[in-house]
Design a protein around this ligand. Structure first.
Ligand code: GDP
Ligand code: GDP
Length: 415
């Protein structure tokens, strides 16, 4: 998941460091050596050594499907898996040798790893060229543009991408840095903060809601909306499983009476899970089915009613009227929009339509396991301003996880 964004971010952040690093070098008049010559010399040495990693750009081209690439992730270089130049240097000159070289001949070492080293070992006196630098708007303008493009290509909605970029820029400009790696670090912190802020919409704890409902003797009524094929019926089966594992007893209402096969499909899930399903014949009034399911739950002391609904095109007026009718009749405690992470911005638009018609309380994004871009997840909560409650992460009934903003940040930026 999110490999595409990680890949793009990785390149972009590397560039941020390089931009600022080159500024630093301009500022430092001491210890000037011909860095490009040095790097190319090192590259030559590297090419002789099969075991040495390739420069990052090349890695990116080839790494899509490798486990290594997944592990290295965005910002991997901050954790020791350094950017291309640093890789080169590290591989050619082990740390111990490096400090020896530095002590022996400090004036000829101006390459970036020395900047890193000086923190640990400033005996050599070459610290003098490492000055505080304040990040200016100009330092990062190109990079922010690239970052925004990456977000858009990753299916993040325009206004969400702009919000992230604004936030990152505000956080970065004016920061004082000592080492070039600080820029990458500060950028990662700023990105994390921006993403967390977007996703951190106060959610409702479904289990707490269930407990509250139980105290009043009423079942908790959840209505699921969303277009066909997004994984709505599978999600209802997953939510049933999730709450049965917590000791609750659900009942399912087959209120999609419109689509051929919908009742059968849901019945199949319910039978497998041994959950009671209330159904009428095809074409029946969906609100009546939901009503019956609530009556059943009340009569049998079941804690949870999960209502499936029809999901043709979200623009269909009949469909939206039908949703409103179910809502009027059973007064659900929660209306959950089920969206397919793979459909990107379409999913955001659909959510808006349902939100306008009936008001959504929360979101479940399915197929997050297969989402290569990750943008829908980031956009949808922001646009609808409703929390993502769960993520569907596979085809089996247990493949559902509670959504946490930190988890998403880790998916996008982590290893
Ligand atoms: P509905 O038409 O919205 O009820 O969609 P279904 O529940 O029938 O799901 C459509 C397809 O998506 C099925 O093949 C499901 O197994 C699959 N699916 C549902 N949720 C997920 C998920 O979280 N991950 C993956 N990989 N597939 C899913
Ligand atoms: P159209 O908009 O005139 O083409 O009609 P539809 O194909 O949308 O609907 C035809 C009939 O089916 C109408 O009597 C609708 O009330 C009913 N209907 C439409 N959509 C749904 C739905 O999603 N569920 C159910 N149960 N009935 C529907």
């Amino acid at each position: 998941m999110f490999e595409s964004l990680k890949k793009k971010f990785k390149g972009t952040i590397g560039k941020i460091s390089d931009d600022v690093a080159s500024d630093e070098k301009l500022e430092s008049s001491e210890a000037e050596t011909d860095k490009s010559a040095e790097v190319s010399k090192k590259t030559e040495e590297i090419s002789k050594d099969e075991s040495v990693e390739k420069p990052v750009d090349q890695n990116l081209e080839e790494s899509d499907n490798t486990d290594e690439a997944k592990k290295s992730g965005f910002m991997g270089f901050l954790r020791g898996n350094k950017s291309s130049e640093e890789n080169i240097s590290d591989n050619v000159t082990p740390d111990s040798e490096l400090s020896e070289t530095m002590e022996a001949d400090s004036t000829t070492n101006s390459s970036d790893e020395v900047i890193e080293e000086t923190d640990k070992d400033d005996k050599s006196g070459i610290l003098s060229f490492v000055r505080n630098k304040t990040i200016s708007e100009k330092d990062i303008e190109d990079t922010l543009f690239e970052l925004e493009m990456s977000l858009l290509e990753g299916d993040v909605a325009m206004d969400v991408a702009e919000t992230i970029i604004r936030s990152v820029k505000t956080d970065l400009v004016g920061q004082k840095i000592k080492r070039r790696s600080d820029v990458a670090e500060f950028t990662m912190i700023a990105l994390k903060k921006a993403i967390s802020d977007i996703l951190d919409i106060e959610g409702r704890d479904l289990t707490a809601l269930l407990e509250n409902a139980k105290k009043t003797g009423e079942p908790l009524k959840i209505m699921f909306v969303g277009i066909n094929g997004t994984g709505k019926t599978t999600t209802i089966a997953k939510i049933s499983t999730y709450f049965m594992n917590k000791g609750y007893t659900p009942v399912i209402a087959a209120s999609d009476t419109f689509r051929a096969g919908a009742i059968e499909q849901l019945t199949h899930h319910a039978d497998k899970l041994n959950v009671k399903i209330i159904k009428h014949k095809k074409g029946a009034d969906p609100a009546a089915v939901a009503y019956d399911a609530v009556a059943h739950a009340r009569a049998k002391g079941k804690e949870l009613v999960l209502v499936d609904t029809a999901g043709r095109m979200q623009t269909n007026v009949n469909l939206m009227d039908e949703m409103k009718k179910i809502q009027r009749v059973i007064k659900p405690d929660l209306i959950i929009y089920v969206g397919d992470a793979l459909t990107g911005n379409d999913s955001v638009e659909q959510a808006e339509k349902f939100n306008d018609a009936v008001g959504i309380d929360g979101i479940i994004l399915t197929k997050a396991d297969a989402d290569a871009k990750g943008g829908a997840a980031l956009s949808i909560g922001y646009v609808i301003q409703k929390p993502i409650l769960f993520l569907g992460v596979g085809q089996s009934y247990s493949d559902i996880i509670e959504f946490k903003p930190e988890w998403m940040v880790e998916q996008i930026l982590g290893d």
